[in-house]
Design a protein. Structure first.
Length: 260
């Protein structure tokens, strides 16, 4: 069957509609079909005003669409439509399983193009107002995830995270206690500064800052939204400022109690 279309793997960014790239917005407006992930906000999907919209999302702990099925649907769509958009949260090339889709499309002789998006780690850094790199403090950053798919081999990602100047862990908040334990066993001090950013870039964004020893408690205080864990000394000034604010709040509460 003759191939007539092209597939665009498009990064939807971390959530905020206005962080979408201009190229991504143009493609959505022109798309015939859009296959979108669960974490892509409805407002961004709605930009595809003329397209057929098909949910193929994957969320931790929820029903997910098999990757082989998604690959097949993309190929079929490209043989019927000119512009097929595969819309992924964040950036397609970072924990987005983009390579599997690219390889399947290449094997089928389907033209494919990748449109980058703002990844969650960068959005978390912006929310914290803390650079992931800093001269004299952090000259390298490791992006890692504890998630392992079926039939995939385990990797020693924890070793890379423990050795990094700054580590950013995707999908790690749900396993905060295990993450903290693994990193301390690899030599990180319990006093290492950490932060968790939930729902980065959108209205209910929340940032919590503490130490590696507090990571489980910090994660438990969140609301269950998509979260990024940041670990490293780039956060030391943020942690010190948070402790100072906490001390001032406690001092004010003490004065009120004494006055009453």
């Amino acid at each position: 069957m003759k191939t007539v279309g092209k597939v665009y793997l498009v990064g939807a960014g971390p959530g905020a509609e206005d962080l979408l790239t201009v190229r991504a917005a143009r493609l959505l407006a022109a798309a015939d079909v859009v296959f979108y992930d669960a974490l892509v906000p409805a407002a961004i999907v709605a930009l595809a005003t003329r397209a057929q919209k098909i949910a193929v999302g994957k969320r931790c702990g929820a029903h997910s669409t098999a990757q082989l099925f998604i690959n097949r649907r993309l190929i079929e769509a490209a043989r019927q439509h000119a512009i097929v958009v595969r819309l992924k949260g964040g950036d397609p090339m970072l924990f987005g399983r983009a390579q599997e889709e690219i390889d399947a499309l290449d094997d089928a002789g389907i033209a494919v193009e990748v449109v980058p998006g703002v990844t969650a780690a960068v959005a978390a850094s912006a929310a914290l107002k803390v650079s992931l790199t800093r001269r004299g403090v952090s000259r390298n950053v490791v992006f890692a995830t504890p998630r392992v798919g079926k039939m995939e081999r385990e990797s020693d990602w924890i070793a890379a995270a423990a050795l990094a100047d700054t580590a950013v862990v995707y999908m790690g908040a749900r396993e905060a206690d295990a993450l903290a334990d693994a990193l301390t066993r690899r030599g990180l001090a319990a006093s290492t500064p950490v932060a968790i950013v939930e729902n980065a870039s959108i209205d209910d964004e929340r940032c919590v800052v503490g130490t590696l020893g507090d990571l489980g408690r910090l994660a438990a205080a969140l609301g269950g939204g998509p979260a990024i864990v940041v670990i490293g000394q780039v956060l030391r000034e943020k942690l010190a400022a948070e402790r100072l604010r906490a001390a001032k709040r406690e001092s004010a509460r003490t004065r009120v109690r004494r006055a009453s």
